[in-house]
Design a protein around this ligand. Structure first.
Ligand code: ADP
Ligand code: MG
Length: 696
């Protein structure tokens, strides 16, 4: 306070103030009624002025910067004056109000005409007829400056006791009103922040009464983009929630609801819902109890997360894991089985060699051989499924395979089925085994036939498809690019989704015993996987079925050759070269050993890779050919071949296997494709192969 003002503070005789009984009532009512701040402050000033003629009030609000003052209410001050001081800055010499903020205490100026604090505003005030100004800071409960409350007079004057009381009273009310307003603004901002958050989450949030048919009080707008309902429509009908849950999942949702009503701890359930366009989506629903203020119905608030994509990936993973496990099992069994068949076949051959054509037992050996061939076909099928079969992978035109297989199909189908074979106009090059591919078409066609007992139409076509990034992703985990599609459609019985989820499993069949093996589609699956392709099934009960197989377009590359069992037999396949024979199955080792020896070769024998290397090391003579099994304990055939040919580059290699995994062989023998004999093989084939490799 300036020295000049101090003197004049005190009670002025004859300036009695009337009490203001209505001030509190009026202003408090407005605060509670949530009136706009400007209206409340205006009413506060006007009420004081009404009871105190000659007195002029103003309220200035301090901006968050702590120095700028804004006119908030001044019912009777000249407009020109109010406009001019709006935006004034607080400071050590800034009129009564600016200085009061600066000093954080009341500033009483009894005569503007002489007081040095008014130097900057003196002319403005005097020209507007203002002579005295007493200003007091308005502060919040925690002491923050909110603004100023000022009383003006048109003549020089000092406040009396009642004035001082009035000032205390008015600043108190103003502080209350301003603080309330700030709280409200802050609350609104916080609310806006939460609303933005809630409404931009990729999930639906809701508030609903407890109970399966409890009315929903709020649902976030995402319900439109996720489920296709407007929030208004959804809230209208309390039964919407239950009605849109997939019928099979309603019990799950009910049970979770009942549990929640009991424990009131956490509502948690996963279920499917129908969107407005019929799509079925998976949701995880999690909710908590909202504390009700009174004893109205209990409310819960929760979030519905759309987990459809997650579920799809999970299912895909589960399925491929299962297929992998079954594949490994089948492959393992087939491997051991092939070794046994090899033994049976070789002993049978030897037996027949001792018999003459007229012998009664001769026919038996032929029967045994046929049974072995059939058994070998079965193991080959299992291997095809488990992706462990040796293949004649080559670049081929799918159209050619389709037309060839199509001719065969005509014989297979019944007359009331119309067959349409529609190869694409341009060649459809893919990399596959032609025999297996024919098998795929055949298996799919036979299934289509079985699905049309009363006749119908079977369409098989090829076409080229460009899969964009987005479409490839929607098809599962296949990379985008160009694919050759083989589509097999029928107008038959179709399948429900439950059957569809099992069809690729080996031995899954819905056919009568003796009618179906359940291996058809398992083989298709294995073959398609082997080519890097992918299968799409589209089927609904009574609406037919379409299988679409996506094959990657071909690139040229070296493959593996497998000798044709029905190739011409070399009669003079004998020889005198040295062969290192490596085989862990003793029976087979002895058999092959004896056989090759009889054909003139000198044979060294080993039970695994380590032993073979040792023998080679001890043997200074040339080893012309290594004949080795692929899968053996200690050291496998692959590594053995690599190490042996490094030390002896002129040694040639022939692999034998009951379970050759192609991938493990790829690229290991330089540019020339490795020759692999798949067990069981006739010994004559071995002989022929040995000769042709040695003569190469
Ligand atoms: P199988 O034909 O021996 O039953 P598959 O593996 O070939 O074994 O097929 C498995 C099952 O898939 C069939 O039993 C049948 O229920 C279903 N299925 C396959 N193809 C079709 C089709 N085109 N239409 C209807 N159902 C089919
Ligand atoms: Mg079948």
């Amino acid at each position: 306070m300036s020295a000049g003002t101090q003197r004049v503070l005190g009670r002025e005789p004859g300036a009695q103030l009337a009490p203001l009984p209505l001030l509190d009532d009026k202003v408090l009512a407005m605060i509670i009624g949530q009136n706009p701040l400007a209206c409340i402050l205006h009413a506060l000033c006007a009420e004081i002025e009404r009871h105190q003629p000659g007195l002029l009030c103003s309220v200035l609000l301090l901006e968050p910067d702590g120095v700028t003052l804004r006119s908030a209410a001044a019912p009777s001050l000249p407009e020109e004056y109010c406009g001019a001081i709006d935006g004034a800055k607080a400071g050590p010499c800034a009129g009564s109000c600016g200085t009061a903020i600066y000093r954080k205490q009341p500033v009483v100026v009894s005569d503007i005409a002489t007081d040095p604090l008014w130097v900057a505003y003196r002319d403005l005030a005097l020209s507007n007829g203002l002579r005295a100004c007493w200003s007091t800071p308005i502060t919040s409960q925690d002491g923050t400056m909110l603004g100023t409350f000022a009383i003006y007079y048109r003549e020089a004057r000092i406040p009396d006791g009642q004035h001082l009381q009035l000032i205390v009273h008015a600043t108190h009310l103003a502080a209350l009103a301003i603080e309330r307003d700030r709280d409200k603004t802050q609350l609104r901002a916080a609310e806006d922040r939460y609303r933005t958050l809630v409404e931009s989450l990729p999930a639906i949030t809701y508030i609903a009464e407890l109970g399966a048919n409890g009315p929903w009080h709020y649902v976030s707008p995402q319900i439109q983009s996720i489920l296709g309902f407007s929030p208004e429509d959804w809230l209208k009908d309390p039964s919407n929630w239950m009605n849109h849950i997939h019928p099979e999942d309603r019990e799950i949702a009910f049970a979770a609801e009942r549990e929640f009503q009991k424990t009131k701890e956490l509502f948690k359930a996963e279920y499917r819902m129908h969107a407005s366009d019929g799509r079925v989506l998976w949701f995880r629903d999690e909710g908590v109890l909202l504390q009700a203020a009174d004893d109205r119905a209990l409310l819960m608030q929760g979030v519905l997360y759309d987990i459809t994509e997650h579920k799809r990936l999970e299912e895909q993973l589960r399925h491929s894991q299962k297929m992998e496990a079954v594949g490994q099992l089948a492959g393992g069994v087939a491997h051991d089985f092939n070794n046994l068949l090899m033994l049976i076949q070789a002993h049978n051959e030897r037996l027949r060699g001792r018999l003459t054509a007229g012998d009664a037992a001769h026919q038996d050996t032929i029967e045994i051989e046929q049974a072995v061939t059939q058994a070998a076909t079965l193991t080959h099928r299992l291997l095809a499924f488990s992706r462990r079969q040796l293949l004649q992978i080559q670049v081929l035109d799918l159209n050619v395979v389709l037309v060839e297989t199509g001719r065969m199909l005509e014989r297979l189908l019944v007359p009331n089925i119309e067959l349409r074979v529609l190869p694409d106009a341009s060649p459809q090059l893919i990399k596959a085994d032609p025999g297996q591919l024919g098998q795929v078409i055949l298996n799919l066609a036979v299934n289509a036939r079985d699905a049309m007992p009363d006749g119908g139409r079977l369409t098989i076509q090829t076409r080229c498809v460009e899969l964009s990034e987005a479409r490839a992703a929607s098809h599962g985990a296949i990379p985008p690019g160009t694919y050759t599609v083989l589509a097999v459609s029928d107008t038959g019985t179709g399948m429900c989704s439950e059957v569809q989820s099992h069809i690729f499993e080996p031995f899954f069949t819905t056919k009568k015993p003796g009618k179906g093996t359940g291996l058809g589609l398992a083989i298709v699956y294995g073959v398609v996987k082997q080519t890097g392709g992918w299968i799409a099934v589209n089927s609904k009960p009574d609406q037919g079925t379409t299988f679409e197989i996506y094959f990657p377009r071909a690139e040229q590359g070296a493959g593996y050759t497998i000798p044709k069992p029905d190739g011409p037999m070399a009669s003079a396949a004998r020889g005198t070269e040295t062969i290192l024979l490596v085989e862990d199955q003793r029976g087979i080792r002895e058999l092959v050993h004896e056989f090759l020896k009889r054909k003139g070769y000198s044979v060294l024998c080993a039970a695994d890779g380590n032993e073979a290397l040792k023998i080679a090391h001890e043997n200074a003579d040339t080893i012309d050919l290594l004949v080795t099994d692929i899968i053996m304990p200690n050291m496998g055939g692959q590594e053995l071949a690599d190490r042996l040919t490094q030390a002896r580059p002129r040694t040639k290699v022939l692999f034998m296997s009951g379970n050759p995994d192609q991938a493990s062989l790829s690229g290991r023998l330089g540019d020339s494709p490795a020759t692999v004999l798949q067990k069981p093989f006739p010994l004559e084939i071995l002989l022929q192969e040995v000769r042709s490799i040695l003569d190469r």
